[in-house]
Design a protein around this ligand. Structure first.
Ligand SMILES: Cc1ncc(C[n+]2csc(CCOP(=O)(O)OP(=O)(O)O)c2C)c(N)n1
Ligand SMILES: [Mg+2]
Length: 610
């Protein structure tokens, strides 16, 4: 489904069925056609960093009243912000960069959007067409470079294609399984003039993004549920993407099947619901992992059997029948051979299933199964304790003057944030231990509430993503729960927050370490530190870097909290301030994320006692 654009637009494009009419615009520059086409897609925000090969488009943006252009301070910040915007709103996120280094700086974000199926349009400037292939200044083959990490891509070769390509790019990015689309626009095309034709709809032969399960397949699922004693739902990002949360809830309440989500699926089913098992996998709840491992029927809906979920894949739900519904046929039988693979939009399938069980209720109550799960929940809730290791840690000795009872555990920071925001904030994260605690100790009750780089695991995602989410929802509380390492990777976006008045907040769980790597060092490398300390080895007593001083340089408010007694008031101040705000919470580095299923192992080897 990847091709370069070759053909010219006509005033009327014929399709097999109905002709799709277009609207002819006045003669404009290519850059203006591009911007006008973005306006027609309803774009209200673009995260764009200029350069020689894209400044023409920036010039056109200055004349555009409908689109807010936000200048990130690094293209990676821009693409993550566009992702934050898209993940929070469900609309297409749009970012732009110049050719060469600007474009390559987008690559991590494009890969991130690809892995997590985020609708994204990434526009890049390209050198003059006559210079392509000549190692021109700032020439990079963006089309080739991104080929394995896009849903589709275009190198524009004719100004008459610009409007149609934008129409198609948005259609492809947001339909079916969403994903990133790259549009690479040579500078000469931006500067040429032509009369555009704005098509009303994209017309892509062979692209049918809305497959639907058959009645036979759906009835087969009902039959399997009726036969089963220990069913579990394993649901993921697909539920959120397709907007199927209401249908999921109806189906669950009618069948009483317990629900484990993936990290991407957090909030697709309210975690406060008695049938919620929270999320499963490497650091998921022990009871979700036990339930899946004992299940005799696993309904895998809108998920992709990621290795962080399955562990040793052939041991995953070893004895159960597995039904896998996904909109993307290439996911079926990819990581795990299943008993009933079904290609379908999950919203449609769940709505039909909910209808079927309403018309012919499932007789079984699954009471013994619910009792077993309740016992597991009682035995191994998500919890933490202040261990001796923490009390005697270097952190307590060197930073807290030995006042061990005032130590702040990272998990309680997340719990407190959940309490003070009534579980209603949009949360973004970096990657590491703090990300897992943000997933474990905040209770998500609505879709699009937890925005996290799950598939790619890109450090540096959290703060720019929070800016994007806040740009989409200025009236909601948006908080980045970040790590000291991850935050530093896009620290320059503090400038974007201040200059653009984007009042996103960040709480840094500052353990002075690359905590997640430290955890693996402790478990598998006898605690030998392989470049995982982020502080200043010459002066370990000092908290390094000084985020308070850094934030001051950006004119962003920041407070550091070291003692437990100061945490609540400081967090309240942060939440009440209508400006960007950084809370640097110093936490011990000795803490491990529990539960933990070591990579490639099975549930039997899960470490679950803190
Ligand atoms: C861009 C990038 N580089 C490296 C890694 C590998 N990595 C995963 S977690 C982690 C540690 C993150 O440290 P920090 O942000 O301080 O979070 P913590 O684990 O301490 O909470 C590292 C280095 C990554 N995920 N992304
Ligand atoms: Mg850290």
């Amino acid at each position: 489904m990847r091709s370069m654009s070759k053909t010219s637009a006509a005033t009327e494009t014929k399709s097999a069925t109905t002709p799709i009419r277009g609207e002819v615009g006045p003669t404009m520059m290519g850059s203006e056609i591009l911007v006008a086409a973005l306006e027609r897609e309803g774009v209200d925000t673009i995260f764009a960093y200029p350069g020689g090969a894209s400044m023409e488009i920036h010039q056109a943006l200055t004349r555009c009243k409908k689109i807010r252009t936000i200048l990130p301070r690094h293209e990676q910040g821009g693409v993550f912000a566009a992702e934050g915007y898209a993940r929070a709103s469900g609309r297409v996120g749009v970012c732009m960069a110049t050719s060469g280094p600007g474009a390559t700086n987008l690559v991590t974000g494009i890969a991130d959007a690809y892995m997590d199926s985020v609708p994204l349009v990434a526009i890049t400037g390209q050198v003059h067409q006559l210079m392509i292939g000549k190692s021109a200044f700032q020439e990079t083959d963006m089309f080739g470079l991104t080929l394995p990490i896009v849903k589709h891509s275009y190198l524009v070769t004719d100004i008459n294609d610009v409007a149609r390509i934008v129409k198609e790019a948005f259609h492809i990015a947001q339909t079916g399984r969403p994903g990133p689309v790259v549009i690479d626009v040579p500078k000469n095309i931006q500067q040429q003039r032509a009369q555009p034709v704005f098509l009303k709809a994209a017309n892509l032969r062979g692209y049918h993004p809305n497959p639907r399960a058959s009645e036979i397949e759906l009835n087969e699922i009902i039959g399997l549920i009726e036969k089963s004693e220990r069913p579990v739902l394993y649901v993921g990002g697909g539920i959120i993407t397709s907007g199927a949360s209401p249908e999921l809830r109806q189906f669950v309440e009618a069948t009483r099947i317990p629900v484990a989500t993936t990290l991407m699926g957090c909030g697709s089913f309210p975690e406060t619901h008695p049938l919620s098992l929270k999320w499963l996998g490497m650091h998921g709840s022990a009871y979700a992992n036990w339930a899946v491992s004992e299940a005799d029927l696993l309904l895998a809906f809108g998920v992709r059997f990621d290795d962080r979920v399955t562990g040793k894949v052939d041991k995953f739900c070893e004895h159960g029948a597995i039904v896998h519904i996904d909109i993307d046929a290439s996911e079926l039988n990819k990581n795990r051979r299943v008993h009933l693979p079904i290609i379908s939009d999950i919203k449609y399938a769940l709505a039909q299933l909910a209808q079927l069980v309403k018309a012919r209720p499932i007789r079984k109550q699954f009471t013994p199964w619910h009792e077993r799960i309740a016992a597991w929940k009682a035995k191994a809730p998500l919890r933490y304790r202040v261990t001796d290791e923490v009390l005697k840690s270097q952190h307590v000795r060197e930073h807290m003057g030995g006042d061990a009872h005032q130590v702040i555990m990272p998990q309680e920071v997340v719990e407190l944030l959940c309490e003070l925001t009534r579980g209603e904030a949009i949360i973004t994260t970096g990657v590491g231990q703090h990300q897992m605690w943000a997933g474990q100790f905040y209770q998500y009750s609505t879709p699009r509430q937890l925005l996290t780089s799950a598939g790619l695991g890109s450090m540096g995602f959290g703060f720019p993503a929070a800016l994007g989410a806040k740009a989409a929802f200025p009236d909601r509380q948006v908080v980045d729960i970040d790590g000291d390492g991850s935050f530093l990777m896009n620290v320059q976006e503090l400038a974007t927050a201040h200059i653009e008045n984007i009042a996103a907040k960040a709480v840094i769980l500052n353990n002075q370490h690359l905590g997640m790597v430290v955890q693996w060092e402790d478990r598998f490398y006898a605690g030998n530190r392989g470049h995982t300390y982020l502080g200043d080895p010459e002066n370990a007593k000092q908290i390094y870097p000084d985020f308070v001083a850094i934030a001051k340089g950006f004119n962003v408010k920041c407070e550091r909290v070291m003692f437990r007694k100061d945490l609540r008031a400081a967090m309240q101040r942060m939440l009440e301030t209508p400006e960007p705000y950084l809370l640097d919470v110093i936490t011990p580095y000795t803490e491990h994320v529990i539960p933990f299923i070591p990579a490639g192992k099975s549930v039997a080897e899960m470490i679950w006692e803190p």
